[in-house]
Design a protein around this ligand. Sequence first.
Ligand SMILES: Nc1nc2c(c(=O)[nH]1)N[C@H]1C(S)=C(S)[C@@H](COP(=O)(O)OP(=O)(O)OC[C@H]3O[C@@H](n4cnc5c(=O)[nH]c(N)nc54)[C@H](O)[C@@H]3O)O[C@H]1N2
Ligand SMILES: Nc1nc2c(c(=O)[nH]1)N[C@H]1C(S)=C(S)[C@@H](COP(=O)(O)OP(=O)(O)OC[C@H]3O[C@@H](n4cnc5c(=O)[nH]c(N)nc54)[C@H](O)[C@@H]3O)O[C@H]1N2
Ligand code: SF4
Ligand SMILES: [Mo]
Length: 744
Amino acid sequence: MSDFAKTQCPYCGVGCGLEVLPPAMPGKAVKRDEEGNPIWQARGDRAHPSSKGMVCVKGGSIGDALDKDRLLYPMVRDSLKDDFRRISWDEAYDLIAQKIKGAIATKGPDSVCMYGSGQFQTEDYYTAQKLIKGCIGTNNFDANSRLCMSSAVAGYIQSFGSDGPPACYEDLEETDCAFLIGTNTADCHPIIFNRLTKHLKKSRGTLIVVDPRRTKTAEKATLHLAIKPGSDMMLLNGIAHLLIKWGKVDQGYIESCTEGFADYVEVVKHYPPDVVAEACGISPQHLAAAARLWAKSKRVLSLWSMGVNQSTEGTAKCRTIINLHLMTGNIGRPGAGPFSLTGQPNAMGGREAGGLAHILPGYRVVMNPEHRAAVEQVWKLPEGSIRPEPGLAAWDMILGLESGDVDVFWVAATNPAVSMPDIDRTKKALEKSPFTICQDAYYPTETTEYSHLILPAAQWGEKTGVMTNSERVVTLCKSFKRARGQAKADWKIFAEVGRRLGFEAQFDAEATSADVYAEFVSLTEGRLCDMSGLSHVRLAGGPIQWPMPVEATEATAVDRFDKRLYTDGRFLTASGRAQFAKFHHKGLAEPPNPDYPFVLTTGRLYGHWHTLTRTGRIKRINKMHPGAFLEIHPRDAADLGFEADEVVEVRSPRGKVRLPLLITKAISPGTVFVPMHWGFLWADDMEANALTHSEVCPISKEPELKACAVALSKVVPEPAEVELVQESLFARLGRSVRAVVGAR
Ligand SMILES: Nc1nc2c(c(=O)[nH]1)N[C@H]1C(S)=C(S)[C@@H](COP(=O)(O)OP(=O)(O)OC[C@H]3O[C@@H](n4cnc5c(=O)[nH]c(N)nc54)[C@H](O)[C@@H]3O)O[C@H]1N2
Ligand SMILES: Nc1nc2c(c(=O)[nH]1)N[C@H]1C(S)=C(S)[C@@H](COP(=O)(O)OP(=O)(O)OC[C@H]3O[C@@H](n4cnc5c(=O)[nH]c(N)nc54)[C@H](O)[C@@H]3O)O[C@H]1N2
Ligand code: SF4
Ligand SMILES: [Mo]
């Protein structure tokens, strides 16, 4: 293997280019972490088109966590009460094949589920689809993207006829007005935020931020609209109302490229400024200011993320943002467009490879018979192998375990025992599971605690594969270190199980990840996400943006396909026109009430990644964010008699947590915030999802992880308990991990 590898950062969907260097470089001392272990070093790749050498603290520190607390061997136990015992891969594969065959024989293929992740590489995703949807014959493959991007996917498909964000990062430097709604870009997509704010400063452009919290993103805004949680639909329809009233719409674009505008005009009649401002908790002047910026700017770029998607009206919100772009003609041009920011490093690749319960590779859908037939042909499977109905979405899998309909629950590269809503209910469902497989790189995780069979996964840097970032740039992530212990690439595990189920023709034992990728791209030919011109060999020369058809070179592709989608005003709907949505405001599924008078919202911190499996093991990041907390406005704290740093109890109808207070004006009165990162292995009683509910958007099935009703009260802790809460997290983890490692 070469001295250093060019790759894509495996954290957020910005997808920065990284160069990774081995611990020992010629003539230099070996790099070690604080415990003396040699560590890999990562730095920005200046040649990467998306990030041009920039990285944030997460990308820069990735090398620190790669070798800590890794799961090294397959391990099994008969029940969750037993200890794990080591088994060989051979035994593990046979056991999985036997459990799957047994489940199919007794309850049918739909009793098997796989729950995967936007942290898969494209080859992992693609192989899993073939195994589950093709060979096993159930569409029960879903991914953590259901908790993340599915509202954006549904929004694009309904409005444009296909998934695929139309804009690109160059638009960050071309826009004159950025509209950021439900995204804390400064903390969660920092390199995008750097590019954008640098440009806006230089060009004197405007930044509108819509977020109930005054985040680091909102601090930089020209106009911050601190709306009440869940009032986005009021705001968006209210902005549209003013634009129509003022005649500030692009009639030419509406007439030649869209359908359904008249119906939308009827909807927005119900959203006059006084009603909207009142419902959003902002002044009518601020509402008008936002609409004026939309009206006068020539190039509006909207960015959004979980404050929009994670909602029972997530699809409606995405489509209504798109409405604003369609009615003002802000799409398909430099600096203008609706641009959902992808959460995970390869959530985009997952969408391309068909990694949700209703889709198939190449932006196809399971409901379409021609789509199924095209995929069955490449998979060498008889017609009718792929089911026409969507499979179970993430939360429905939990309900399936609860009802006893699911017999095999296979989790890979996600940690549902922390990240699912209503975590007590989730844990009870996991306890009922007859057979849970957890395929992870680290051990323990909260989900390994609820599993029967655990499989060691080779992670980023230990397998070669491809990822697509938010702007459709595809990067080859090369393997640069040996897998730990007996860990294997996810796709290899799926393929071997396929062979043991009798599908030798579908899963060639000699295939490399380059072969898997070649087969996948053949299924994108002629589709919007055409990558048939890409291969591992070609990507070894550097990242490439799609579309990239087989006959195109980079030069001809740029001529033919611009960097943006829909530049010709033609869309992939039946009529070729984009569709206006007509959604009314519905509001939160669980609004505050006298028993639970506050709205809780949840989200992320700059340094930590999700459930802490990597960043929780990095000292410098733990120093930055030592633990969970509850953000509350000084007025609410005073009303309840709370003092700074006091530990309080937060209760929802489903569960409770205890958290130290962070009293800050950055949060609106009536709203409180908890970071999502701390699961039960890392802290006692601090799980954000102990509180959240499982109501989902009826169209995208994405849960409303951003809001639930809670009550707050003082706790008078026992002295020993205070000590426990304040104990350093790093020390706690050190102890818990040592305990398990000792047992191994
Ligand atoms: N540091 C860090 N970065 C990450 C991640 C991480 O774990 N850590 N994870 C990645 C992933 S997978 C994702 S999905 C993204 C998420 O990226 P973001 O969506 O930017 O992050 P969140 O903190 O989940 O939520 C964003 C904001 O939504 C606001 N919000 C809450 N309710 C509402 C509402 O009703 N309306 C509006 N308009 N806003 C609301 C919250 O106050 C919060 O500031 O981040 C990615 N990047
Ligand atoms: N309350 C609340 N809950 C939320 C959210 C929120 O905003 N609020 N956000 C939701 C969103 S947007 C997301 S994306 C989810 C994220 O939630 P999760 O997906 O549960 O979080 P991660 O910690 O990223 O879990 C990834 C797991 O994969 C493992 N892993 C890493 N690389 C590999 C690999 O190559 N192969 C395998 N097999 N394993 C690997 C890691 O060790 C880790 O255990 O959380 C969701 N839950
Ligand atoms: S911005 Fe995202 S992709 Fe870039 S280095 Fe940070 S975490 Fe990695
Ligand atoms: Mo996400």
